[in-house]
Design a protein around this ligand. Sequence first.
Ligand code: HEC
Length: 463
Amino acid sequence: MDPMNFSRRNFFALAAASATEFRALMAQDRAKVGMNVLSTRPEDLEMPLSGFSDYITPIEHFFVRTHVYVPTVNLNEWRLSIDGEVATPLTLTMDDVKKLPAVELVSVVECAGNGRGFIDPPVPGLQWTNGSVGNAIWRGVRLADVLKRAGIKDSGKEILFNGADVPLGAMQDFRRSIPVKKALDQNTLLAYEMNGVTLPVKHGFPLRVVAPGWASDSWVKWLTNITVLDKEFDGFWMKNAYRKPDHPIAPGSAMPPEKMIPVTSLRVKSVIARPVDGATVRLGEEVNVQGVAWSGDKGPIASVDVSSDGGRTWKPADLDPRKSQFGWRLWGFSFRPDRESYYNVMARATDASGDSQPFTQEWNPSGYGWNVVQRVGVNVVESPQTTMQGSMIIPAQQSIPAGPYKDACLTCHEEDVIRQQRLTRAQWDREITKMTNWGAPVKPENRDSILNYLVQQFGPRPR
Ligand code: HEC
Protein backbone atom coordinates (compact mmCIF):
# COMPACT_ATOMS: atom_id res chain seq x y z
CA MET A 1 0.00 0.00 0.00
CA ASP A 2 1.23 3.46 -0.84
CA PRO A 3 1.96 5.07 2.53
CA MET A 4 0.40 8.33 1.36
CA ASN A 5 -2.87 6.45 1.09
CA PHE A 6 -2.82 5.44 4.72
CA SER A 7 -6.07 7.24 5.15
CA ARG A 8 -9.46 7.25 6.72
CA ARG A 9 -10.37 3.84 5.41
CA ASN A 10 -7.26 2.41 6.93
CA PHE A 11 -7.55 3.85 10.34
CA PHE A 12 -11.16 2.82 10.73
CA ALA A 13 -10.05 -0.59 9.54
CA LEU A 14 -7.49 -0.58 12.33
CA ALA A 15 -10.16 -0.76 14.99
CA ALA A 16 -11.57 -3.91 13.42
CA ALA A 17 -8.28 -5.39 12.16
CA SER A 18 -6.81 -8.53 13.67
CA ALA A 19 -3.81 -8.09 15.94
CA THR A 20 -1.44 -9.19 13.16
CA GLU A 21 -2.93 -6.84 10.59
CA PHE A 22 -2.91 -4.08 13.14
CA ARG A 23 0.78 -4.56 13.84
CA ALA A 24 1.58 -4.70 10.12
CA LEU A 25 -0.25 -1.42 9.49
CA MET A 26 1.37 0.23 12.47
CA ALA A 27 4.85 -0.99 11.54
CA GLN A 28 4.44 0.30 8.05
CA ASP A 29 3.35 3.67 9.26
CA ARG A 30 6.10 3.78 11.81
CA ALA A 31 8.85 3.13 9.29
CA LYS A 32 8.36 6.42 7.54
CA VAL A 33 8.33 8.73 10.52
CA GLY A 34 11.62 10.49 11.20
CA MET A 35 11.74 13.00 14.00
CA ASN A 36 12.49 16.68 13.38
CA VAL A 37 15.42 17.77 15.50
CA LEU A 38 14.91 21.22 17.01
CA SER A 39 17.84 20.97 19.36
CA THR A 40 20.48 18.26 19.50
CA ARG A 41 21.83 19.07 22.95
CA PRO A 42 19.74 19.41 25.16
CA GLU A 43 17.54 17.18 23.01
CA ASP A 44 14.26 18.52 21.64
CA LEU A 45 12.55 16.37 19.00
CA GLU A 46 9.29 16.92 17.18
CA MET A 47 6.98 14.36 15.59
CA PRO A 48 6.25 15.06 11.92
CA LEU A 49 2.66 15.24 10.61
CA SER A 50 2.69 11.61 9.49
CA GLY A 51 2.78 10.60 13.17
CA PHE A 52 -0.77 11.87 13.63
CA SER A 53 -2.26 8.65 12.21
CA ASP A 54 -1.70 6.63 15.36
CA TYR A 55 -4.17 6.46 18.20
CA ILE A 56 -1.36 5.60 20.58
CA THR A 57 1.88 7.32 19.62
CA PRO A 58 4.75 4.81 19.55
CA ILE A 59 7.64 5.80 21.79
CA GLU A 60 10.00 6.17 18.84
CA HIS A 61 7.72 8.93 17.46
CA PHE A 62 7.08 10.58 20.77
CA PHE A 63 8.24 14.18 20.99
CA VAL A 64 11.11 14.83 23.38
CA ARG A 65 11.45 18.03 25.36
CA THR A 66 14.44 18.61 27.62
CA HIS A 67 15.44 21.90 29.22
CA VAL A 68 18.84 20.56 30.26
CA TYR A 69 20.73 17.29 29.81
CA VAL A 70 18.99 14.03 30.65
CA PRO A 71 20.01 12.70 34.09
CA THR A 72 21.02 9.08 34.62
CA VAL A 73 19.08 7.60 37.50
CA ASN A 74 20.17 4.46 39.32
CA LEU A 75 17.01 2.80 40.56
CA ASN A 76 18.77 1.26 43.59
CA GLU A 77 19.72 4.69 44.83
CA TRP A 78 16.62 6.51 43.64
CA ARG A 79 14.16 7.68 46.30
CA LEU A 80 11.00 9.77 46.21
CA SER A 81 10.77 12.13 49.13
CA ILE A 82 7.57 13.86 50.23
CA ASP A 83 7.89 16.74 52.69
CA GLY A 84 6.72 20.29 53.44
CA GLU A 85 3.22 20.90 54.80
CA VAL A 86 2.56 17.23 55.60
CA ALA A 87 1.85 15.30 58.81
CA THR A 88 4.41 12.56 58.03
CA PRO A 89 7.34 13.22 55.67
CA LEU A 90 8.09 10.10 53.60
CA THR A 91 10.93 8.58 51.66
CA LEU A 92 9.77 5.91 49.22
CA THR A 93 11.60 3.35 47.10
CA MET A 94 10.13 2.24 43.79
CA ASP A 95 8.90 -0.93 45.51
CA ASP A 96 7.01 1.24 48.02
CA VAL A 97 5.49 3.24 45.17
CA LYS A 98 4.44 0.10 43.33
CA LYS A 99 2.65 -1.24 46.43
CA LEU A 100 -0.01 1.44 45.90
CA PRO A 101 -2.91 0.54 43.57
CA ALA A 102 -1.88 0.72 39.91
CA VAL A 103 -3.89 2.96 37.59
CA GLU A 104 -3.75 3.19 33.81
CA LEU A 105 -5.06 5.91 31.53
CA VAL A 106 -4.68 7.26 28.02
CA SER A 107 -3.71 10.92 27.81
CA VAL A 108 -2.31 13.44 25.43
CA VAL A 109 0.78 15.26 26.61
CA GLU A 110 1.43 18.51 24.76
CA CYS A 111 4.16 21.08 25.15
CA ALA A 112 2.83 24.54 26.06
CA GLY A 113 4.84 25.94 23.15
CA ASN A 114 3.51 23.55 20.50
CA GLY A 115 2.75 25.64 17.38
CA ARG A 116 5.07 28.50 18.44
CA GLY A 117 6.70 28.36 15.01
CA PHE A 118 3.45 29.60 13.42
CA ILE A 119 3.13 32.65 15.64
CA ASP A 120 3.47 36.02 13.98
CA PRO A 121 5.30 38.19 14.91
CA PRO A 122 7.73 35.44 16.00
CA VAL A 123 8.66 34.96 19.65
CA PRO A 124 11.77 33.34 21.15
CA GLY A 125 11.75 29.67 22.06
CA LEU A 126 11.86 26.34 20.28
CA GLN A 127 10.01 26.82 16.98
CA TRP A 128 7.68 23.84 17.22
CA THR A 129 5.18 23.35 14.43
CA ASN A 130 2.49 20.74 15.22
CA GLY A 131 4.40 17.85 16.69
CA SER A 132 5.35 18.52 20.31
CA VAL A 133 2.39 16.40 21.33
CA GLY A 134 1.63 12.69 21.59
CA ASN A 135 -0.96 10.32 23.00
CA ALA A 136 0.22 7.56 25.34
CA ILE A 137 -0.96 4.93 27.79
CA TRP A 138 0.36 5.92 31.21
CA ARG A 139 0.52 3.49 34.11
CA GLY A 140 1.41 4.40 37.64
CA VAL A 141 -0.15 5.36 40.95
CA ARG A 142 -2.45 8.18 41.92
CA LEU A 143 -0.57 11.19 43.27
CA ALA A 144 -3.50 11.48 45.71
CA ASP A 145 -2.65 8.06 47.19
CA VAL A 146 0.95 9.11 47.82
CA LEU A 147 -0.13 12.43 49.33
CA LYS A 148 -2.73 10.68 51.51
CA ARG A 149 0.02 8.56 53.06
CA ALA A 150 1.94 11.70 54.00
CA GLY A 151 -1.20 13.60 55.04
CA ILE A 152 -1.49 17.14 53.65
CA LYS A 153 -1.91 19.72 56.40
CA ASP A 154 -4.65 22.37 56.11
CA SER A 155 -1.92 24.89 55.26
CA GLY A 156 -0.94 22.90 52.11
CA LYS A 157 -2.01 24.74 48.95
CA GLU A 158 0.41 23.77 46.16
CA ILE A 159 2.38 20.65 45.34
CA LEU A 160 5.94 21.30 44.15
CA PHE A 161 7.78 18.79 41.96
CA ASN A 162 11.51 18.48 41.41
CA GLY A 163 13.34 16.00 39.20
CA ALA A 164 16.87 14.60 39.10
CA ASP A 165 17.91 16.85 36.20
CA VAL A 166 20.69 19.32 37.02
CA PRO A 167 20.59 22.92 35.72
CA LEU A 168 23.26 24.21 33.33
CA GLY A 169 25.44 27.12 34.35
CA ALA A 170 23.63 29.54 36.65
CA MET A 171 20.15 28.50 35.52
CA GLN A 172 17.55 27.81 38.17
CA ASP A 173 16.60 24.20 38.70
CA PHE A 174 13.46 23.19 36.78
CA ARG A 175 10.73 22.97 39.41
CA ARG A 176 6.99 23.42 39.01
CA SER A 177 4.03 23.46 41.37
CA ILE A 178 0.37 22.59 40.77
CA PRO A 179 -2.62 23.42 43.00
CA VAL A 180 -3.73 20.79 45.56
CA LYS A 181 -7.04 20.41 43.71
CA LYS A 182 -5.29 19.24 40.51
CA ALA A 183 -2.88 17.08 42.52
CA LEU A 184 -5.73 15.24 44.25
CA ASP A 185 -7.67 14.70 41.03
CA GLN A 186 -8.04 10.95 40.53
CA ASN A 187 -6.52 11.25 37.03
CA THR A 188 -3.29 12.88 38.20
CA LEU A 189 -0.69 10.13 38.35
CA LEU A 190 2.93 9.38 39.04
CA ALA A 191 3.74 7.12 36.10
CA TYR A 192 6.42 4.43 35.89
CA GLU A 193 5.25 2.96 32.58
CA MET A 194 4.45 4.39 29.15
CA ASN A 195 2.77 2.33 26.41
CA GLY A 196 3.29 -0.85 28.41
CA VAL A 197 7.02 -0.55 28.96
CA THR A 198 9.18 0.92 31.71
CA LEU A 199 9.19 4.70 31.35
CA PRO A 200 12.03 5.49 28.89
CA VAL A 201 14.87 7.69 30.14
CA LYS A 202 13.98 10.55 27.77
CA HIS A 203 10.44 10.52 29.12
CA GLY A 204 11.37 10.66 32.79
CA PHE A 205 12.63 7.29 34.08
CA PRO A 206 11.91 6.14 36.69
CA LEU A 207 8.88 8.30 37.59
CA ARG A 208 7.11 11.30 36.09
CA VAL A 209 4.08 13.39 36.82
CA VAL A 210 1.06 12.79 34.58
CA ALA A 211 -1.29 15.79 34.76
CA PRO A 212 -3.92 14.94 32.11
CA GLY A 213 -5.45 17.95 30.35
CA TRP A 214 -2.56 20.20 31.33
CA ALA A 215 0.44 21.29 29.28
CA SER A 216 3.58 19.24 29.74
CA ASP A 217 5.49 21.81 31.80
CA SER A 218 3.53 20.39 34.77
CA TRP A 219 4.46 16.80 33.84
CA VAL A 220 7.79 16.88 35.70
CA LYS A 221 10.16 14.06 34.69
CA TRP A 222 12.78 12.10 36.67
CA LEU A 223 10.77 12.93 39.80
CA THR A 224 12.66 12.80 43.12
CA ASN A 225 10.99 15.36 45.40
CA ILE A 226 7.45 16.38 46.22
CA THR A 227 7.10 19.32 48.57
CA VAL A 228 3.74 20.54 49.84
CA LEU A 229 3.81 24.37 49.94
CA ASP A 230 1.49 26.90 51.52
CA LYS A 231 1.56 28.99 48.30
CA GLU A 232 2.46 28.79 44.61
CA PHE A 233 6.17 28.12 44.13
CA ASP A 234 8.10 31.32 43.48
CA GLY A 235 11.03 30.01 41.39
CA PHE A 236 11.94 31.06 37.83
CA TRP A 237 9.99 28.28 36.07
CA MET A 238 6.73 29.32 37.77
CA LYS A 239 7.11 33.10 38.08
CA ASN A 240 8.99 33.96 34.86
CA ALA A 241 8.54 31.10 32.43
CA TYR A 242 5.34 29.30 31.37
CA ARG A 243 3.13 32.32 31.90
CA LYS A 244 0.65 33.97 29.56
CA PRO A 245 -1.73 36.95 29.66
CA ASP A 246 -5.23 36.02 30.85
CA HIS A 247 -6.68 37.71 27.72
CA PRO A 248 -5.37 38.29 24.18
CA ILE A 249 -2.99 41.24 23.87
CA ALA A 250 -1.78 43.19 20.85
CA PRO A 251 0.72 41.21 18.74
CA GLY A 252 4.30 42.18 19.54
CA SER A 253 3.54 43.90 22.84
CA ALA A 254 5.29 43.04 26.10
CA MET A 255 3.79 42.21 29.48
CA PRO A 256 5.68 41.81 32.76
CA PRO A 257 5.57 38.20 34.06
CA GLU A 258 3.84 39.17 37.32
CA LYS A 259 0.84 40.39 35.30
CA MET A 260 0.54 37.03 33.60
CA ILE A 261 -0.91 33.72 34.82
CA PRO A 262 0.64 30.22 34.77
CA VAL A 263 -0.03 27.98 31.77
CA THR A 264 -2.35 25.17 32.90
CA SER A 265 -5.07 23.53 30.77
CA LEU A 266 -4.66 22.67 27.11
CA ARG A 267 -7.18 24.09 24.66
CA VAL A 268 -9.34 22.37 22.08
CA LYS A 269 -7.30 21.65 18.97
CA SER A 270 -7.10 19.52 15.85
CA VAL A 271 -4.28 18.66 13.48
CA ILE A 272 -4.70 17.58 9.87
CA ALA A 273 -2.28 14.71 9.23
CA ARG A 274 -3.31 14.13 5.63
CA PRO A 275 -3.33 15.43 2.98
CA VAL A 276 -0.23 17.54 3.40
CA ASP A 277 -0.40 21.19 2.42
CA GLY A 278 0.08 21.53 -1.34
CA ALA A 279 -0.84 17.92 -2.17
CA THR A 280 -2.01 17.18 -5.71
CA VAL A 281 -5.02 14.94 -6.32
CA ARG A 282 -6.37 13.73 -9.66
CA LEU A 283 -9.86 14.95 -10.54
CA GLY A 284 -12.36 12.18 -9.90
CA GLU A 285 -10.46 10.72 -6.95
CA GLU A 286 -11.59 10.99 -3.35
CA VAL A 287 -9.70 13.31 -1.07
CA ASN A 288 -9.26 11.61 2.30
CA VAL A 289 -8.73 14.08 5.09
CA GLN A 290 -7.53 12.61 8.35
CA GLY A 291 -6.23 13.87 11.65
CA VAL A 292 -6.57 13.96 15.41
CA ALA A 293 -8.28 16.27 17.91
CA TRP A 294 -7.96 16.79 21.63
CA SER A 295 -8.76 19.24 24.41
CA GLY A 296 -7.77 19.91 28.02
CA ASP A 297 -9.82 20.26 31.21
CA LYS A 298 -12.91 21.04 29.12
CA GLY A 299 -12.63 17.86 27.02
CA PRO A 300 -13.21 15.36 25.61
CA ILE A 301 -13.79 16.09 21.92
CA ALA A 302 -17.46 16.32 20.98
CA SER A 303 -17.15 16.89 17.22
CA VAL A 304 -14.82 17.83 14.40
CA ASP A 305 -16.07 19.75 11.37
CA VAL A 306 -14.27 19.91 8.07
CA SER A 307 -14.51 22.49 5.31
CA SER A 308 -13.15 22.05 1.79
CA ASP A 309 -13.99 25.59 0.68
CA GLY A 310 -11.95 27.77 2.99
CA GLY A 311 -14.50 27.84 5.81
CA ARG A 312 -17.65 28.79 3.86
CA THR A 313 -19.40 25.49 4.54
CA TRP A 314 -18.70 22.78 7.10
CA LYS A 315 -19.57 19.11 7.44
CA PRO A 316 -19.05 16.81 10.42
CA ALA A 317 -16.10 14.41 10.25
CA ASP A 318 -16.41 10.75 11.31
CA LEU A 319 -14.92 10.09 14.72
CA ASP A 320 -12.92 6.95 15.42
CA PRO A 321 -14.63 4.80 18.10
CA ARG A 322 -11.53 4.75 20.31
CA LYS A 323 -11.82 7.52 22.88
CA SER A 324 -11.00 8.52 26.42
CA GLN A 325 -11.41 11.57 28.62
CA PHE A 326 -7.91 12.95 27.98
CA GLY A 327 -6.70 11.05 24.92
CA TRP A 328 -6.90 12.32 21.40
CA ARG A 329 -9.55 11.25 18.91
CA LEU A 330 -8.76 10.23 15.35
CA TRP A 331 -11.17 11.63 12.78
CA GLY A 332 -11.66 11.32 9.06
CA PHE A 333 -13.58 12.98 6.27
CA SER A 334 -13.61 12.40 2.55
CA PHE A 335 -14.97 14.32 -0.41
CA ARG A 336 -14.87 13.96 -4.18
CA PRO A 337 -14.03 17.25 -5.90
CA ASP A 338 -16.18 17.87 -8.98
CA ARG A 339 -13.87 20.28 -10.77
CA GLU A 340 -10.26 21.37 -11.12
CA SER A 341 -9.56 23.81 -8.32
CA TYR A 342 -7.39 24.59 -5.36
CA TYR A 343 -9.31 23.40 -2.29
CA ASN A 344 -8.69 25.05 1.07
CA VAL A 345 -9.31 22.27 3.57
CA MET A 346 -9.82 23.15 7.22
CA ALA A 347 -10.68 21.22 10.38
CA ARG A 348 -12.29 22.66 13.50
CA ALA A 349 -12.74 20.70 16.72
CA THR A 350 -15.31 21.38 19.44
CA ASP A 351 -15.03 19.93 22.94
CA ALA A 352 -17.62 18.80 25.49
CA SER A 353 -17.92 22.32 26.92
CA GLY A 354 -18.81 23.75 23.48
CA ASP A 355 -15.44 25.45 23.10
CA SER A 356 -14.16 25.50 19.48
CA GLN A 357 -10.87 26.42 17.87
CA PRO A 358 -10.38 30.09 16.93
CA PHE A 359 -9.68 31.26 13.37
CA THR A 360 -7.22 33.93 14.44
CA GLN A 361 -4.20 33.48 16.62
CA GLU A 362 -4.27 34.92 20.09
CA TRP A 363 -0.75 36.26 20.26
CA ASN A 364 1.16 36.04 23.53
CA PRO A 365 4.79 36.92 24.30
CA SER A 366 6.04 33.33 24.73
CA GLY A 367 3.85 31.74 22.10
CA TYR A 368 1.85 29.34 24.28
CA GLY A 369 -1.38 27.52 23.54
CA TRP A 370 -1.49 27.72 19.73
CA ASN A 371 -4.79 26.14 18.64
CA VAL A 372 -5.83 28.03 15.52
CA VAL A 373 -7.86 26.18 12.87
CA GLN A 374 -5.34 24.61 10.49
CA ARG A 375 -5.63 24.94 6.72
CA VAL A 376 -4.11 22.75 4.03
CA GLY A 377 -4.30 23.42 0.31
CA VAL A 378 -5.17 20.57 -2.07
CA ASN A 379 -4.65 21.03 -5.77
CA VAL A 380 -7.17 19.03 -7.79
CA VAL A 381 -6.11 18.64 -11.42
CA GLU A 382 -7.07 16.57 -14.49
CA SER A 383 -3.60 15.06 -14.96
CA PRO A 384 -1.12 15.49 -12.15
CA GLN A 385 2.55 15.93 -13.03
CA THR A 386 4.79 13.42 -11.36
CA THR A 387 6.84 15.36 -8.91
CA MET A 388 10.01 14.44 -7.11
CA GLN A 389 9.10 13.33 -3.60
CA GLY A 390 11.35 13.92 -0.66
CA SER A 391 14.21 15.53 -2.55
CA MET A 392 15.07 17.87 0.26
CA ILE A 393 18.21 19.85 -0.27
CA ILE A 394 20.06 19.97 2.99
CA PRO A 395 22.16 23.10 3.18
CA ALA A 396 25.83 22.60 3.94
CA GLN A 397 26.66 23.20 7.58
CA GLN A 398 28.07 26.70 7.68
CA SER A 399 31.22 26.90 9.67
CA ILE A 400 30.80 29.24 12.58
CA PRO A 401 33.64 31.75 12.86
CA ALA A 402 35.70 31.50 16.06
CA GLY A 403 35.17 34.54 18.26
CA PRO A 404 33.07 36.03 21.03
CA TYR A 405 29.75 34.70 19.68
CA LYS A 406 30.98 31.11 19.51
CA ASP A 407 32.67 31.33 22.91
CA ALA A 408 29.67 32.89 24.63
CA CYS A 409 26.78 31.12 22.98
CA LEU A 410 27.75 27.67 21.75
CA THR A 411 28.87 25.83 24.86
CA CYS A 412 25.67 24.65 26.55
CA HIS A 413 23.86 24.07 23.26
CA GLU A 414 24.49 23.99 19.51
CA GLU A 415 23.55 26.74 17.07
CA ASP A 416 20.35 24.89 16.04
CA VAL A 417 18.26 26.50 18.80
CA ILE A 418 19.54 29.92 17.75
CA ARG A 419 19.21 29.43 13.98
CA GLN A 420 15.47 28.73 14.14
CA GLN A 421 14.70 32.12 15.78
CA ARG A 422 13.52 35.22 13.86
CA LEU A 423 13.77 37.97 16.43
CA THR A 424 13.91 41.73 16.61
CA ARG A 425 16.85 43.56 18.18
CA ALA A 426 14.83 44.07 21.38
CA GLN A 427 14.00 40.36 21.59
CA TRP A 428 17.63 39.32 20.97
CA ASP A 429 18.72 41.83 23.58
CA ARG A 430 16.43 40.11 26.11
CA GLU A 431 17.70 36.67 25.05
CA ILE A 432 21.30 37.74 25.67
CA THR A 433 20.31 38.99 29.11
CA LYS A 434 18.49 35.72 29.85
CA MET A 435 21.47 33.61 28.75
CA THR A 436 23.96 35.85 30.57
CA ASN A 437 21.93 35.37 33.75
CA TRP A 438 22.21 31.63 33.15
CA GLY A 439 25.99 31.94 32.93
CA ALA A 440 26.76 32.66 29.27
CA PRO A 441 30.25 34.26 29.29
CA VAL A 442 29.33 37.47 27.44
CA LYS A 443 32.11 40.01 28.03
CA PRO A 444 30.66 43.56 28.24
CA GLU A 445 32.96 44.75 25.42
CA ASN A 446 31.61 41.99 23.12
CA ARG A 447 27.91 42.30 23.89
CA ASP A 448 27.16 44.74 21.05
CA SER A 449 28.98 42.72 18.42
CA ILE A 450 27.17 39.53 19.52
CA LEU A 451 23.85 41.38 19.42
CA ASN A 452 24.59 42.79 15.95
CA TYR A 453 25.57 39.36 14.69
CA LEU A 454 22.37 37.75 16.02
CA VAL A 455 20.13 40.45 14.53
CA GLN A 456 21.93 40.30 11.22
CA GLN A 457 21.86 36.50 10.96
CA PHE A 458 18.62 35.67 12.71
CA GLY A 459 16.62 38.89 12.51
CA PRO A 460 12.87 39.30 11.94
CA ARG A 461 11.18 37.72 8.93
CA PRO A 462 11.06 40.11 5.98
CA ARG A 463 7.56 41.60 5.59
C1 HEC B 1 24.99 28.33 30.56
C2 HEC B 1 24.53 27.60 29.40
C3 HEC B 1 24.08 28.44 28.22
C4 HEC B 1 24.81 29.35 27.48
C5 HEC B 1 26.27 29.69 27.64
C6 HEC B 1 23.92 29.89 26.48
N1 HEC B 1 22.70 29.28 26.59
FE1 HEC B 1 21.11 29.56 25.35
N2 HEC B 1 20.07 28.16 26.37
C7 HEC B 1 20.53 27.42 27.44
C8 HEC B 1 19.55 26.40 27.78
C9 HEC B 1 19.69 25.40 28.90
C10 HEC B 1 18.50 26.55 26.87
C11 HEC B 1 17.23 25.72 26.80
C12 HEC B 1 16.20 26.22 27.73
C13 HEC B 1 14.92 25.47 27.61
O1 HEC B 1 14.86 24.49 26.86
O2 HEC B 1 13.95 25.88 28.25
C14 HEC B 1 18.85 27.66 26.01
C15 HEC B 1 18.03 28.11 24.98
C16 HEC B 1 18.35 29.12 24.11
C17 HEC B 1 17.47 29.63 23.08
C18 HEC B 1 16.05 29.13 22.80
C19 HEC B 1 15.04 30.09 23.36
C20 HEC B 1 14.97 30.07 24.86
O3 HEC B 1 15.04 31.16 25.46
O4 HEC B 1 14.82 28.98 25.47
C21 HEC B 1 18.14 30.64 22.46
C22 HEC B 1 17.64 31.50 21.32
C23 HEC B 1 19.44 30.75 23.08
N3 HEC B 1 19.54 29.81 24.09
C24 HEC B 1 20.40 31.67 22.71
C25 HEC B 1 21.64 31.78 23.32
C26 HEC B 1 22.60 32.80 22.99
C27 HEC B 1 22.40 33.88 21.94
C28 HEC B 1 23.68 32.59 23.79
C29 HEC B 1 24.93 33.45 23.87
C30 HEC B 1 24.72 34.82 24.26
C31 HEC B 1 23.39 31.43 24.64
N4 HEC B 1 22.16 30.99 24.33
C32 HEC B 1 24.25 30.87 25.58
C33 HEC B 1 21.73 27.59 28.08
C34 HEC B 1 22.75 28.40 27.63
